[in-house]
Design a protein. Structure first.
Length: 760
């Protein structure tokens, strides 16, 4: 194998000892470098320093030989010895960074992450860097190029580019903006702008110039509303101790002004010369918040999310790194952004499960953010209208301090919530007469409505009435979803995609029908029943095109939409001023799931979407359709009181010894061979059981996943549970090396998930 291997990153069973552990930040002048290399192995690799020049610093990138390849690695530690004889170690080929690229505290965070999530350090240290940095490109702020119109371009006659519409569009845009446009702005104007611009430049009608670094403060700050008493109290509490690690849970109903609290605290932190990290759960939420922060604080905001291309990502990363951006606002992975001087972290919608990465390196950005705040000794604000039970538990334990904003700001009041008992109600496409009446009434008042159903597509089932055939996914234990608009059947689990068949593959008749409803069907029904209403659908299908979500939201804002139909994409963040009615079509999804978190997520989702109603001056109303109106979750929903639900749920979690009262980890295996998964999981269970014998650990017997087959693979898992976190980690440290050595481990795709969110 690789001769460079020496130390293991994690202490191994039997061999592990304290002094073998890597110490981050120990700067002894020494001959051995411990290096994180981007490979999926849970270990670091030892190298000798390059033959010439200084010893590469901790946190600097280097190029190393690895097997037959050359890889970019990161120096994680200096050591004075190696388990491998020094003369067998290879030397670093090249030092890429003269000085550390990553700060000591960021290195420490990544180190903690690799250990806590038991993940390959190379994938943590390098995987969380922008692609260009990871590949060894110089870490510099890229020159921002600007394209301008030239003298001869300006003199051009309108008709000159009649045959090249793209060039003409660009030239028109450049004429209107004599200061020039950058790549991002041009991309917004036309997708294939680069080729067209090249032609324009070749003909001498446009020119390219480089603009130096952007000026730090961009605009003048525009003051916000004066804060109310609750907001002031929250701001004063937080700003009272900005110099140390404090965890705040800002629990405020939707529209209570949480964002104003963040902004006020941020302005004080920025005034003290520090930077702020703001984490949001979804890309869709970034643009509105970025604009709000920019206008209110007049600062540079670096945005980080998966919608950026590689150079945009590098640009944001460098802006944060050099301290040119006072605020970094991003989704999950932004928790690993570099900072010159971080002074505050804000996690908005902290309960949202998209903070948890569901594959590969399975970290939880909110939890990592808390560790980061502790390491940096700074405050962190977790905000939510429906906090996670984990966070509420921490409040009970006096680890977090709760700040409450119980009322909506200004004249807005909490919406009135009513249940519609569907057991005695004839429904048309899942919509009750009461719901139609309410929609009609709202239309008459020229107020906006939102119809929520968390199921996209036309219908969840496609069925033959003659023989009972239900269109199955060929690769999953799941049904195909009908997408009428595109005339396809699709699997929402594996992406399988096929045309809607004209005849039943089982009996040959054409008696095929979609059963049930998704957002597409709702949209269709509403358009038929309310022909005068302007209806828009918002889900992942209708917003695939870049910018289409923002375009639709603008239309809503301009009052060009009467009824919005959509999935949970509608539930969050957006402030709809004229929206007064929210209809929840099917509240029962999640009531009887075997996932113990399902009711929590259901209540959070319904409260979030309900919170969209009545945010302006007019009162709001929420209608919830259910077949189980007596279920306890509806008490909380009717009273609009999340804590009513949370208290009950926490009580149940304690009785069942589930998180947050216990800690979980799950070992999952999947393979195309059912036998291999079964064997692997059975063997893993045996060895796990043996280790666990002496510990306070519960190992569930191997469980077949609810959806046994997914994307052609059979899936099984083992759940580990302990009331003591250190015990759980100690067990995993002993168990993982055994798993790695099992012959079947190479035939089965397996992974470990610490604090899993998605359980079955
Ligand atoms: P949240 O983040 O809790 O949903 P926001 O901070 O977005 O709430 O505030 C909701 C709305 O109320 C926004 O339009 C905001 O500008 C406004 N607002 C916030 N605080 C106040 C205040 N003290 N007085 C008047 N309006 C306010
Ligand atoms: Zn049939
Ligand atoms: Zn599938």
């Amino acid at each position: 194998m690789f001769h460079v291997c020496s130390d293991t990153f994690f202490p191994r069973a039997g061999k592990g000892s304290e002094n073998e552990r890597v110490k981050v930040g120990a700067m002894t002048p020494s001959p051995v470098l411990r290096v994180a290399v981007p490979v999926p192995l849970r270990r670091l690799f030892d190298y000798l320093p390059p033959s010439r020049g200084d010893i590469p610093a901790i946190g600097a990138r280097i190029r190393v030989p690895f097997g037959r390849r050359q890889l970019v690695g990161l120096v994680v530690a200096h050591a004075d010895s190696s388990a491998i004889p020094l003369k067998q170690l290879k030397a670093v080929l090249e030092a890429i960074d003269k000085r550390p690229l990553l700060s000591e505290s960021l290195m420490k965070l990544m180190h903690w992450s690799a250990r806590y999530y038991h993940h390959a350090p190379g994938e943590v240290f390098l995987g969380m860097l922008p692609a260009f940095v990871r590949r060894g490109r110089p870490a510099e702020i890229s020159r921002q190029c600007i394209w301008r119109i030239s003298e001869s371009g300006r003199a051009l006659n309108e008709d000159a580019l009649r045959r090249a519409p793209l060039q003409r569009t660009l030239l028109q845009a450049l004429t209107q903006t004599p200061a020039g446009l950058n790549a991002a702005q041009l991309a917004d104007i036309a997708k294939g702008w680069r080729a067209a611009m090249k032609s324009l430049m070749q003909r001498g009608w446009a020119e390219e110039t480089a603009r130096a670094e952007e000026s730090p403060a961009t605009t003048e700050a525009i003051p916000g509303p004066g804060l109310n008493d609750d907001q002031l109290q929250a701001v004063n509490a937080i700003t009272g101790s900005l110099e140390c690690f404090r965890r705040w849970l800002l629990f405020g109903v939707t529209g209570s002004g949480k964002t104003e609290v963040y902004i006020e605290v941020m302005s004080q932190v920025i005034a003290a010369g520090k930077q702020v990290l703001v984490l949001v759960p979804e890309i869709g939420l970034t643009s509105q918040l970025v604009n709000r922060v920019k206008t209110r604080l007049g600062v540079t905001v670096a945005v980080m999310h998966s919608g950026l291309n590689d150079s945009e990502r590098l640009h944001s990363w460098m802006q944060a790194h050099k301290g040119m951006a006072q605020v970094v606002l991003g989704t999950r992975s932004a928790v690993y952004a570099p900072f010159r001087s971080l002074g505050l972290i804000v996690v908005d919608e902290e309960h949202d499960s998209s903070f948890k990465q569901q594959d590969g390196f399975r970290y939880h950005a909110r939890d990592v953010a808390i560790v980061r705040a502790r390491d940096e000794n700074i405050p962190i604000i977790l905000g939510s209208a429906t906090p996670s039970l984990e966070s509420l538990y921490q409040v009970k334990q006096c680890n977090y301090q709760m700040l409450q904003l119980p009322n909506r700001t200004g004249r807005a009041r909490a919406p009135k919530v009513e249940l519609i008992d569907m057991r005695r109600t004839p429904a048309d496409s899942g919509l009750s007469p009461q719901l139609f009446d309410a929609l009609k009434a709202n239309l008459g008042k020229e107020e906006q409505s939102l119809v929520f159903l968390n199921r996209r597509g036309y219908a969840p089932v496609y069925m033959c009435y003659r023989c009972g055939w239900l269109a199955p996914c060929p690769r999953c234990d799941a049904r195909l979803i009908v997408h009428q608009g595109s005339r396809r059947l699709r699997c929402h689990h594996c992406g399988a995609d096929q045309p809607i068949p004209g005849a039943c593959p089982q009996c040959g008749t054409e008696d095929l029908h979609p059963i049930g409803e998704g957002t597409e069907k709702l949209e269709e029904t509403l358009k038929q029943r309310l022909p005068n209403a302007r209806i828009a659908r918002i889900d992942r299908d209708s917003t695939r095109r870049k910018g289409s979500f923002d375009d639709l939201m603008n239309k809503v804002e301009q009052g060009e939409i009467d009824i919005l139909v959509g999935t949970q994409m509608l539930a969050k963040g957006h402030d709809y001023h004229d929206l007064t009615l929210v209809a929840v079509v099917n509240a029962d999804q999640g009531l009887f799931s075997i996932d113990f978190r399902a009711p929590e997520h259901m209540v959070q989702q319904i409260m979030q979407v309900s919170g969209r109603a009545g945010r302006g001056d007019k009162p709001g109303k929420v209608l919830i359709q259910t077949w189980h109106p007596e279920h306890v979750v509806f008490d909380a929903l009717k009273q609009n009181n999340y804590l009513v639900f949370a208290d009950k749920a926490l009580f149940e979690r304690r009785a069942a010894q589930l998180p947050p009262y216990a800690h979980l980890a799950s070992l999952r295996g999947e393979a195309t061979s059912k036998h291999n998964v079964q064997e692997f999981i059975a063997q893993a269970y045996q060895s796990g059981k043996q280790i666990g014998d002496t510990m306070q650990i519960e190992l569930s017997a191997p469980i077949t996943s609810v959806m046994e087959k997914r994307a052609g693979r059979f899936r099984m898992q083992i759940l580990l549970q302990s009331s003591k976190r250190p015990e759980l980690h100690r067990h995993l440290e002993l168990w993982l090396p055994l798993l790695e050595e099992m012959p079947l481990a190479k035939k089965v795709r397996w992974s470990l998930d610490v604090d899993p969110m998605d359980l079955y």
